[in-house]
Write a protein that binds this ligand. Sequence first.
Ligand code: ADP
Ligand code: MG
Length: 699
Amino acid sequence: MQSLDIPLISVPGILPKRIALLKKECAIETVGDLLQYYPFRYVDRTRFYTIKEINEELPYIQLIGKIEQVRLIGQKQKQRLSVLLRDKTGTIELVWFQGIKYIQDRLKPGADFIVFGKPSSFNGAWNMAHPELELYSEEKAARASKLQPVYSGTEAMKRARLDSKAISLLIQQVLRWCEGNIPETLPASIRNMLSLIPLHQAFVDIHNPKSAEELSKAEIRLKFEELFFLQLRLIQSNRINKQAIKGFPFTKIGEAFNSFYANQLPFELTNAQKRVIKEIRSDVAKPSQMNRLLQGDVGSGKTIVAFMSMLMAIDNGFQACLMAPTEILAQQHFAGLQPFAEAIGLKIALLTGSVKKKARKPIHEELLSGELHILVGTHALLEDKVAFHNLGLVVIDEQHRFGVAQRARMWAKNTLPPHVLIMSATPIPRTLAMTLYGDLDISVIDELPPGRKPIQTRHIYDKDRIGMFNFIQQQIELGRQIYIVYPLIEESEQLDYKNLVDGFDHLSAVFPPPKYHLSIVHGRLSAEDKDYEMQRFIKKQTQIMVATTVIEVGVNVPNASVMVIESAERFGLSQLHQLRGRVGRGADQSYCILMTGFKLSKDARTRLETMVETNDGFKIAEVDLRLRGPGDLQGTQQSGTMDLRIADISRDSKLLIYCRELASKVLESDPELNMEEHQPIRLKLHALQQKHLNWGRIS
Ligand code: ADP
Ligand code: MG
């Protein structure tokens, strides 16, 4: 066994209690887990400051000075210990509220002390609360001259005295124990080419850097380690999937596709749509399963691409299905596709949770007999009762709403797995897509159909609400319709619900009947009521739709030209972008109005400014990634690939791209990693693959 895989239990001298705690709180079980528990920041102890140098900006600093004055101030319960520290340039007050006795015993007036803490100012004088305090000696001053690691920890760890300092000591102990026994994972050729330090050295230095330069070299090596092996793993599993997972080859383009293309297609395809259809076409023609992610901004025309892919399946004697995350979306897809399908003589049906039992029976039968060509629906399609005669293509819309396990169930609906096309309107930056979906192929529609007027976005403060009302009134006069969306993050949040209802009441008073009519849709309504309200809006019986984010995905009412988002600061960027995408679907100029109060966090401001600045979903996704980090992006938690401890795919995107290129070069030259110099790579990759076995098959 390699030393990194050895359980901590086997390392002599670690308390079993601590081992249990590390496992419970941080999932740390092996030597490798612990060594990869990297400091989240470092405290600069490489230099001493003078008191005169202190300013507001400084983080933790260290000073050297003499103790001048020791005073106990205040009554018993609220006592504080005040100590004056003086160096050649001035004085600073050191204050303790707790552990006073302990500190008092250690204070030696007149002696030099090393003091470490965060300065702050009060009434124009500097002070430092609860600093670390050490009697000065040259030896100590030298030992302190380094970047001191700071480790995060949970409350339970702190209670058990496993604080940052204790973790640091533990890691040092383990490092001493495996001295010289951490195997190198990269061949010398790669290390030399990139001037990477040995892995063992990197572990030592990251936990105990003597200088900023040493730290930076260790960081680069460890980031490289994560990204390079992640890419190797993804590229290899993609290759293996392609070879191993057989699929049905759709060899020909036939009657359905050709007659639709020639006679029914209502518009000229954009170049991006054409390119993507070609990519899909070449994929499904092969005898292995297609697993393709189709990315395209809201309104870029993914549906027609999906439909034409379905026609490829049908032309080869297969059935196709389209699965949407919500009832409303499924209905819309069905309503949109039905005329296309029927115009070329294909049979299409809708299956959702609310389709009655009686109506389901013929659908089940026709699916099984093969009479039904296309089935559109929701999660209901996953049920075992839904069996196909010969399913060849599964299209999944808005993929992040479906779990990996659910997708796997669709695989099982034919003897060989059907081809899978996943459509996502949440654009993902290229670097993230590479890591997240490294084992999917990706197609991108990066062009909107011609003639679209870019949506104009404005940020308005709540106090200017009257102006917003005037504006939507004008739009209604022009015959347009309006969405007003309220946050309802948790459907159960009482307060949000109240805001929504209050908002609705207020609007009803400003826009009263008989001239105006309002719809309201939220998560507490039954599916039937939701649908009834939606239909009234679609049929233009109401001018304003007051809703929660249930309308976020896919709803298509081309006549709606204004999207008002209430408490916009509470929405994430990708959600704001999705909501905005509900307008701008018709010929009219459309608007998005972001309503907020005055008090906004820095991040909230950045989100709002980004929305006002750009309509480009990919740019928005880049900002989102930067603000939130990849762990928070939709769909990333379940992917199982984001096992990154030190690399950051947003900040380290250049290194990531480099690693991807290098990884694919290595695998191209030596697919099985048989070459002598690739043996260390092979060993590490093998260990990683064992860990990720469960994820290889699906996605
Ligand atoms: P999304 O990618 O968001 O799912 P849709 O497929 O719903 O987008 O397309 C948005 C609208 O654009 C639809 O009304 C669709 O008919 C229209 N559309 C799609 N492709 C084109 C095109 N090439 N030219 C003109 N309109 C198009
Ligand atoms: Mg869509």
